[in-house]
Design a protein around this ligand. Sequence first.
Ligand SMILES: [Zn+2]
Length: 343
Amino acid sequence: MFGWAQYWPTHFSSGAIAGIKEANRARTRPKVKIDPMLQQRTLKALTRAVGVGLHSGQRVELTLRPAQPDTGIVFRRVDLAVPVDIPVSALAVTDTRMASTIGSGGAKVHTVEHLMSACAGLGLDNLYVDITAEEVPILDGSSASFVFLLQSAGIVLQNAPRRFLRVLRPVEVREGDGENLKWARLDPHHGYKLSFEIDFAHRVVDSTGQRVEFDLGTGSYVRDIARARTFGFTKDVEMMRANGLGLGGGLDNVIVVDDYRVLNSDGLRYDDEFVKHKILDAMGDLYLLGKPLLAAYSAFRSGHAMNNRLLRELLAHQDAWEIVTFEDEKQAPAGFLAPARAW
Ligand SMILES: [Zn+2]
């Protein structure tokens, strides 16, 4: 997509014969590379998946396609008589009960957070997500299947600078007190890290790690976070089904916990899989901003609703953020440089 040539100092390519000779000689010299900008990324080729929606139980086909620079991530309901595009944005979130739903002009897409999390973890900026029903397929309940799909299709750099939203001052949202307290906040940070604490007062969940930190600069999203599955409690299943939710859920895509144990025969994928899934969800919810954040996120018992409230609170205060690019990628924080490693 781009060659070394464009990074030669300009006097090597200043036109005229002398310049060309100089350029030829330059090829035999050690390569002096001028630092390239940190670039946007999209897919190399399209890729498809078929599955069922976790809540709707509906069969759905998903096609992920490359998109031009500055397109962002756009969901397209291709099953409607007139297809409707829903570009992701914090303000496009219309419902946060059990999952993050985005909508535009009456068209909706439910449960976008695990796919969005994979895009955040792999640093994908531009993507079309064609979808044939109103819910993203749950696949294995984590974002590992999306990571696999995206990496198999290949990720390419594009000739446009990656735009970040840098947080300039703390922003916090808070709700309830005592046993009902929950909060989420963003603090300035040159990089992207998240810390999450849960408190379920449930013997199975409480016996695993309840707090986890993930730093994109030092950790590996694919290894440390992507495989954490969504979870549910048997005592909630009846209530959910009565509300038309969780119809596509089962032991192959949800960690199911009764009062005493995990019911999935293979047990947990990580010792602290529950709280790691909350980090996975938060990364997806926050990436609905449409741009990667430069910030430290921390949260206590937050969820889809509060994560979205945090983004709206941030955007409502123009003095709390700015958009930045890195013309010299070496100035970019760790974790944003190389495209994520393959499996
Ligand atoms: Zn989730």
